[in-house]
Ligand binder design. Sequence first.
Ligand code: PMT
Length: 222
Amino acid sequence: FAPKILTGYSILLTAGPTREAIDPVRYISNHSSGKMGFAIAKAAADMGANVSLVSGPVNLATPAGVNRIDVTSTKDMLDAVMAEVDNHSIFIGCAAVADYRVAKVADEKIKKSSSDMQLALVRNPDILATVASHTPRPFTIGFAAETQDVERYAKDKLVRKNLDMIAANDVSSSELGFNADSNALKVIWAKGQQDLPATDKHTLAKQLLELIAEQIHILKDD
Ligand code: PMT
């Protein structure tokens, strides 16, 4: 049983990896399983929110009551998010978005030759920063996946990407973060921060949403 503290809120959420094609059979991606984002989607729906989940390629069932939009590349994810953003008052960027894509995707399978090869990459747009600079702007929460100096890098992303909150995770161990069933978060906002110690991703998702609800209610009462 979850208290319906998010009734009346509409949450747009990204989860999973994005995948950038190299040619018709190869791609660049990362180890995100989508478990953290899907756990947040489920917990948010359980708490009464209306939830839209933009998901990269993952092997997970859609949580009950969640509106799921499947995408592959970063460009697809950006387009899906921007098509939905005006209908939502909260955005959570949990996806592990590819920072780069291949400059020219080959139409045919690239044949191997006896020499080495190089791949030219170009920067992808930043989905989270695009949402945070959109008008009207939803309450915007980002994630930060770091392997060192977690707090410093997360605070830098909070300010640089103009976020309301950031949930930082240390992804240097295989027990937590990418593809694991458990995680730990350091949640930071302008006026405070809180550590959510290691636990299963479903429990953590609820704790994160409780912090978000608290901040939104404080902002409303200001
Ligand atoms: O999916 P799981 O296996 O459960 O793993 C969960 C997780 C480790 C992927 C998740 O908890 C997490 O940390 N997600 C964010 C991963 C990430 O890409 O972090 P980052 O520090 O590189 O990016 C910072 C923020 O900017 C993120 O909110 C990201 O969604 C966003 N971003 C990044 C690049 C880009 N081009 N567009 C973005 O929106």
